[in-house]
Design a protein around this ligand. Structure first.
Ligand SMILES: Nc1ncnc2c1ncn2[C@@H]1O[C@H](COP(=O)(O)OP(=O)(O)OP(=O)(O)O)[C@@H](O)[C@H]1O
Ligand SMILES: [Mg+2]
Length: 481
């Protein structure tokens, strides 16, 4: 039983969920083992208890029978001696009784209760209380019996016999100890057997668990090799079928994604080429026309000067378009460092205030924490803020207010650039960050797309909120250092 890896198919990085750590006492293995061991112990306990009880009853019955036979023999053996008051013969009877195993005492009494002979010589001649007729008093360690000796229905004496149950007790204790040992042995053997069985059952489950974890980590090529001869084996088959279809779906999704990316890339290249062609067509036509005019020898001096001026501005425009496009195309990887955002904004604001378009625009900076330390690429972020502020002042040719606000929070700092300008028409809003989309005559339409690309490299994007003739707010978040 093992986990097989087919061709490794890694999907997008998957966040691994940490599997909860299971304590040994909560595992299926332990529970299975415990239940088997407990059942084993209870059954063995019941069996041993019943065996000890049966043996105890049998030993007791045997002792009682032996005692009864012995006292009957004593009574028979002492009848004639009692009639003849032959103390010597009576003493012989008690002496014989004393030699029997387990006998504690034996005594022969006359009708009055005086001891005529006894295994305990000190009792002879003394009165001994006779227990009720036919009684057998069983103390913890002794069994006492009494038998009347009768001749023609007349009581001529009484025999007493006391037997020790100590032997019986020790035999029972030995049986009980043996039983306990047996239970203990059964517990150990049962636990070991249960452990083996639980290992067999749960081994396949662990194989499945490992495979599920690998799938969870994104490796969809994992399969399990389990024999389908029990429920877990069938589950393994279902798992393989699931992994198979997951892998197929993932491969389809990947190829679909690749196809779409290629198509989007092609469309983007086409759109970009069309935009560049559109941007350079007008200035290029102006340049060509001017060159044609200048080629005419009869061109008046004033027209010649105008053509040269056109050549000058249009070639400069072409150069600017080319430079902007190169800036856009060559945005380098961001090199993030920790720095003060408020200082950087103040720096850009100082330059914007001197810009010819700034006119009567009032530039206001608000920063709730200074310094506001964020992770950023200073050169690139300077360009983003410049582009946003410049768009703001260009949207307010008649003057207005441009406000840059920085709100520093625990994890992020939010930068927002707000103006009271013309606003962005709804039809332009959706595509405003695409390259070469512009609403201004002199614009290239690259400012916002450059800003968006740089911000994406910082792990954030531009949010735009705008109302025509009211104003525009452009904002983004940065990670606080
Ligand atoms: N704050 C704003 N208020 C109003 N319109 C705006 C604002 N910001 C951008 N726009 C509109 O979005 C268009 C695209 O802006 P973007 O900065 O990308 O290019 P541009 O300013 O036209 O050219 P440039 O490449 O020189 O920046 C602008 O032409 C303008 O119409
Ligand atoms: Mg711009």
């Amino acid at each position: 039983m093992s986990v097989i890896e087919l061709d490794r198919v890694e999907t997008a990085p998957v966040r691994e969920v940490q599997a909860p750590k299971l304590s040994f006492f909560r595992t299926l293995r332990f529970r299975l083992m415990l239940s088997v061991a407990l059942v084993h112990a209870v059954l063995m306990g019941a069996f041993v208890w019943s065996a000890v009880n049966q043996q105890s009853a049998a030993i007791r019955a045997e002792l009682r029978n032996r005692a009864h036979s012995l006292i009957t023999l004593m009574a028979v053996a002492s009848t004639n001696a009692l009639l003849a008051e032959d103390l010597g013969s009576l003493a012989e009877v008690t002496a014989r009784v004393k030699r029997q195993p387990d006998v504690i005492n034996g005594a022969i009494l006359d009708v009055r209760g005086d001891v005529l002979a006894s295994t305990d010589a000190q009792q002879v001649g003394h009165y001994l209380r006779i227990p009720p007729r036919g009684s057998a008093v069983g103390g913890l360690h002794r069994l006492e019996l009494e038998e009347q000796v009768r001749v023609a229905g007349q009581r001529v004496g009484t025999v007493l016999l006391g037997m020790s149950t100590r032997h019986l007790q020790s035999e029972l204790a030995a049986t009980r100890d043996e039983g306990l040992l047996f239970i203990l042995l059964a517990l150990v053997v049962g636990s070991v057997a249960a452990w083996g069985v639980s290992l067999l059952i749960t081994r396949n489950l662990y194989t499945l668990m490992t495979a599920v974890r690998r799938i969870g980590r994104g490796n969809l090529g994992v399969r399990v090799d389990l024999q389908p001869n029990d429920e877990v084996g069938l589950l393994g088959g279902a798992f393989n079928a699931m992994a198979e279809s997951l892998q197929r779906i993932s491969e389809q999704a990947q190829s679909e994604h690749q196809r779409r990316t290629d198509a989007e890339r092609l469309a983007c290249v086409g759109e970009l080429s069309a935009s560049i062609a559109h941007e350079i067509r007008n200035p290029l036509s102006a340049v060509i026309n001017s060159v044609k005019l200048l080629d005419r020898p009869d061109l008046p001096a004033s027209d010649r000067a105008q053509s040269i001026a056109i050549l000058n501005t249009e070639s400069l425009r072409l150069q600017r378009i080319l430079n902007d496009f190169l800036d856009f195309a060559r945005i380098r990887e961001s090199r993030l460092v920790t720095g003060d955002l408020s200082a950087l904004i103040e720096e850009v604001a100082a330059l914007i205030r001197q810009h010819p378009h700034a006119g009567t625009v009032k530039v206001d900076i608000q920063c709730d924490v200074r310094p506001c330390l964020v992770r950023h690429d200073p050169d690139q972020l300077r360009q983003v803020i410049w582009n946003l502020m410049l768009n703001g002042v260009q949207a307010m040719p008649e003057g207005g207010q441009l406000q840059v606000r920085v709100r520093c929070r625990a994890r992020t700092a939010r930068v927002s650039v707000t103006d009271t300008g013309c606003g962005i028409p709804v039809q332009l809003l959706d595509k405003i960050v695409r390259p070469f989309v512009t609403g201004r005559k002199q614009g290239t339409g690259l400012g916002l797309s450059i800003a968006q690309r740089i911000l994406m490299q910082h792990g954030t994007t531009l949010s735009i909120l705008s109302h025509v003739n009211v104003g525009t707010e452009m904002s983004f978040d940065l990670e606080v250092a």
